[in-house]
Design a protein around this ligand. Structure first.
Ligand code: ADP
Ligand code: F6P
Length: 322
């Protein structure tokens, strides 16, 4: 089937770099002689027909901006047969022959459903969590880590001045990637992630007490959102070690801000790769970064993949943070 018009949407949690991906999709499609429509608010916009024409200038001045100019949403209705049916009807109505879906694994499941209903879709991985199983990198991860690192560097000043322990929650409901990399980059005493069981006494209390004897006077503990309970942890640490402790939740600030070079470049390349597939009428694929290359995979196979947590880096961090 000749592809005349494609749509682009962002779905799930926003991530810095999504705008750069939208820009790349729009410009790559126009360069191939394909029209582009922007679908607002993720799958909700497809169901509601909130669809706009995009041209070269629609994506000016966005490469450096966080968030997503197309807005994003979680759409429970799209998970129903009725929702998918309405979305497919609107694709026909608006002449959309294929869609680039920028989001996470949930959004890719939606892209798979649409592909099965005859609308070729290509997924582009965008989430700060880096928790998409098929890819080693997701757009937004680098910016989020750098934001967290900068904030923790600031917290460190006050933690150090007061000789305290800071227990800091970073984002990642199901995944500890932000916690791991950020924890390494700030030299935290311990990193708690949902993927690895921990023992409060052995992994934190004993470690703080032991390093105190070597002259260490302040401590940073990084906790992934999926582990949570930072207030409780801070109290337990204070009681058991005598080190005054404070809890800080960094929160959604990690999802915003100007994307880093890595996120802008990755988004530009991935968006371009997605259009190269759609222009040949190839759908039901996801773009991934694997072994230093941008590749594409079958969505079904991509969703079956499992991502191993980097236990080696986790153990290394524990060993050198003393
Ligand atoms: P992410 O894409 O970041 O993983 P979500 O899991 O919230 O975020 O998914 C985003 C949207 O994708 C959902 O609101 C829903 O519209 C769609 N989606 C998620 N899971 C499925 C599914 N199993 N089948 C069809 N659509 C889905
Ligand atoms: O998936 C990205 C993410 O920021 C997770 O780290 C976090 O658990 C979740 O989204 C928060 O989602 P919400 O926007 O619903 O608060």
């Amino acid at each position: 089937m000749a592809i005349k018009t494609i749509g682009v949407l962002t779905s799930g949690g926003d991530a810095p770099g999504m705008n750069a991906a939208i820009r790349s999709v729009v410009r790559s499609a126009l360069a191939a002689g394909i029209n582009v429509k922007g679908i607002m608010r993720g799958y909700n916009g497809l169901i509601e027909g909130e669809i706009i024409d995009m041209n070269l200038r629609s994506v000016s001045e966005i490469i450096h901006r966080g968030g997503t100019v197309l807005y994003t949403a979680r759409s429970p209705l799209f998970k129903t047969e009725e929702g998918v049916k309405k979305a497919v009807e609107n694709c026909k109505k608006f002449g959309i022959d294929g869609i680039v879906v920028i989001g996470g694994d949930g959004s890719f499941r939606g892209a798979r459903d649409l592909s099965l209903h005859g609308i070729p879709c290509v997924g582009v991985p965008g989430t700060i969590d880096n928790d998409i199983s098929s890819t080693e990198y997701t757009i937004g991860f680098d910016t989020a880590m750098n934001t967290a690192m900068e904030m923790i560097d600031k917290l460190r000043d006050t933690t150090q001045s007061h000789e305290r322990c800071s227990v800091i929650e970073v984002m990642g409901r199901h995944a500890g990637w932000i916690a791991l990399q950020t924890g390494i980059s700030v030299g935290s005493t311990a990193i708690l992630v949902p993927e690895v069981e921990f023992d409060l006494q052995k992994d934190i209390i004993d470690k703080i007490n032991k390093t105190k004897t070597t002259g260490k006077r302040h401590f940073i503990i990084i906790v992934a959102e999926g582990v949570g309970k930072v207030n409780e942890l801070a109290k337990q640490i204070e009681q058991a070690t005598g080190v005054e402790s404070r809890a800080t939740i960094l929160g959604h600030v990690q999802r915003g801000g100007r994307p880093t070079v890595r996120d802008r470049v990755m988004a530009s390349e991935m968006g371009h790769a997605a259009v190269q597939l759609l222009k040949e009428g190839i759908g039901n694929r996801v773009i991934a970064f694997r072994n230093d290359h941008i590749v594409d995979l079958d969505i079904y196979e991509a969703l079956q993949m499992k991502k191993e947590f980097d236990i080696q880096a986790y153990n290394m961090a524990n060993e050198i943070s003393v």
